[in-house]
Design a protein around this ligand. Sequence first.
Ligand SMILES: *[C@@H]1O[C@H](CO)[C@@H](O)[C@H](O)[C@H]1NC(C)=O
Ligand SMILES: *[C@@H]1O[C@H](CO)[C@@H](O)[C@H](O)[C@H]1NC(C)=O
Ligand SMILES: *[C@@H]1O[C@H](CO)[C@@H](O)[C@H](O)[C@H]1NC(C)=O
Ligand SMILES: *[C@@H]1O[C@H](CO)[C@@H](O)[C@H](O)[C@H]1NC(C)=O
Ligand SMILES: *[C@@H]1O[C@H](CO)[C@@H](O)[C@H](O)[C@H]1NC(C)=O
Ligand SMILES: *[C@@H]1O[C@H](CO)[C@@H](O)[C@H](O)[C@H]1NC(C)=O
Ligand SMILES: *[C@@H]1O[C@H](CO)[C@@H](O)[C@H](O)[C@H]1NC(C)=O
Ligand SMILES: *[C@@H]1O[C@H](CO)[C@@H](O)[C@H](O)[C@H]1NC(C)=O
Length: 533
Amino acid sequence: MERKIVLEAVGFLLVLFNIQSCYGQFPRPCTTVDALLSKECCPVWPGDGSTCGELSGRGTCQDVTLINSAVGPQFPYVGVDDRENWPTVFYNRTCQCLGNFMGYNCADCKFGFRGPNCTESRRMIRKEIFRMNSAEKSKFIAYLNVAKHTISPDYVIPTGTYDQMNNGSSPMFVDINVYDLFVWIHYYASRDAFVGENTIWSNIDFAHEAPAFAPWHRYYLLHWEHQIQKITGDENFTIPFWDWRDAQGCDICTDELLGGSHPTISGLLSPASFFSTWQITCSRAEEYNSQRALCNGTGEGPLLRNPGRHDRSRTPRLPTTAEVEFCLSLTDYDTAPMDRSANFSFRNTLEGFANAQTGIANRSQSNLHNSLHVFLNGSMSSVQGSANDPIFLLHHAFVDSIFEQWLRRHRPTVAVYPEANAPIGHNREYYMVPFIPLNTNGEFFEQSRDLGYDYDYLAEPGSIEDFLMPYLEQARQIWQWLVGAAVVGGFITAVLATIIGLACRKKRKPLTEETQPLLMEAEDYHSTYQSNL
Ligand SMILES: *[C@@H]1O[C@H](CO)[C@@H](O)[C@H](O)[C@H]1NC(C)=O
Ligand SMILES: *[C@@H]1O[C@H](CO)[C@@H](O)[C@H](O)[C@H]1NC(C)=O
Ligand SMILES: *[C@@H]1O[C@H](CO)[C@@H](O)[C@H](O)[C@H]1NC(C)=O
Ligand SMILES: *[C@@H]1O[C@H](CO)[C@@H](O)[C@H](O)[C@H]1NC(C)=O
Ligand SMILES: *[C@@H]1O[C@H](CO)[C@@H](O)[C@H](O)[C@H]1NC(C)=O
Ligand SMILES: *[C@@H]1O[C@H](CO)[C@@H](O)[C@H](O)[C@H]1NC(C)=O
Ligand SMILES: *[C@@H]1O[C@H](CO)[C@@H](O)[C@H](O)[C@H]1NC(C)=O
Ligand SMILES: *[C@@H]1O[C@H](CO)[C@@H](O)[C@H](O)[C@H]1NC(C)=O
């Protein structure tokens, strides 16, 4: 009897085991005439007064080397946009940090490390917002407001193109608060290109509609988290996420959380929410295009949101668990032509340009990631201005967790990320626009645990796995002996049964979620974060 239980227990463990295997900103010191004309962005590390902290072995000032692999046909110009061959229109030398150091002057630790010499590794957990206690929720709302009211000490934004700055001899940069810095970064990566005297090219985006969508936003969120940790002094801060699978509406749109709707004025936030006082920026793409100007960070009115008042023929409801599951089952990270028309592409389906039940691209539908943007029907709904709404962060953290599930399930090497022929900005070795320090897309096509973070709902099984590993190994080694030794077997049975009991309890919830039926028989649902909202 006991033997049987032991065998079953170990067998179950093995099954369990197998299932488990289931900064664009411009650094302030680099915006002087000297830095721009010399094209060198190698600031001093204040710790020892040397550039890039070289005297302390943190890093050195190096020429930027670009890997020029072929790009897709989506952007048929060369030499017209400041973001081409990033960052070489502005700088051709930057700090390259050594070891675990990071940052434009190597002052910081790489994600996942801390301590004066960046030698302590750490893993942070991002939590689902409804699993946070009220103190944690209030702290998050407070930090957002701190970010909105704190001028970035590290970064400024350009208010003109390189050409408008006379190739660097007349710098145009302004201060910006930390929250809006990230709004601007997202805008700048996705803005249209000014071509020649009077042409606007909108089929260009360094963060969307192509392979870099997942790693670019992964880096963006890590960078955001890192800046909040710095300005608040809370080294343990992580972005919460919103698990919107099967949600009937915007259940985080309450005054306690991200803001309820205004009682009388459609499209505005409730006056009882902090966020009703926020000013948005970078939301007027057409105005910038017509003036051939960049967003300069000035306020452009209140935050707009009107959950569920969107075009339902494009997005009939929020995504279901089954749709997320279908998306995760796609084995190809991206497929030719690696843009919004890609079929059976994990990336394009996750991003939402492809149907989440078939994987076929469809321009008249907005699915998964895109569907949330469209559903919120306000600031979130235009690509360039979407980061104005703090829901952006919670939404993208959850999207990142789906990317993470895909990485864990399919265990790709970085070679799976396209090396060539992706749309401009999206090849593996391209430096992500507009970040300085430099990071390639490929560097963030990596599991979150290697970047020092995890998600609560993914970490639980993982940590049980880690916890059980030694027991399981032992059980394997002493198998014969185990089967014969009833007394010891009984003891181990008890231990294993307890552990399995815990494991099953933790596992059970996601399983029931996954078997929930679709909310609607969605055959006829339509779509954009529309093609070019
Ligand atoms: C970097 O740019 C500066 C200024 O244009 C130029 O003098 C220098 O030769 C360039 N260096 C490299 C490595 O391209
Ligand atoms: C950090 O590194 C410096 C230089 O190698 C060394 O002098 C110092 O003791 C280290 N500090 C810690 C806390 O390890
Ligand atoms: C900037 O550099 C470009 C290319 O080198 C040149 O064609 C242009 O005349 C320069 N503009 C100014 C204002 O110096
Ligand atoms: C962050 O978490 C670590 C580990 O739990 C703890 O030792 C440290 O005091 C925390 N730091 C802050 C600022 O709360
Ligand atoms: C910022 O841009 C807006 C147009 O988007 C313009 O009206 C305003 O004058 C600019 N402000 C500055 C200081 O350039
Ligand atoms: C909101 O939805 C309506 C259709 O219901 C659409 O016409 C409008 O453009 C949407 N607004 C935004 C900001 O997405
Ligand atoms: C995607 O599939 C549809 C439907 O089969 C097809 O019409 C379309 O050409 C395909 N697109 C690509 C890029 O292969
Ligand atoms: C695209 O979506 C529309 C609206 O849902 C649908 O009518 C059409 O059949 C779809 N096209 C393809 C190729 O799946």
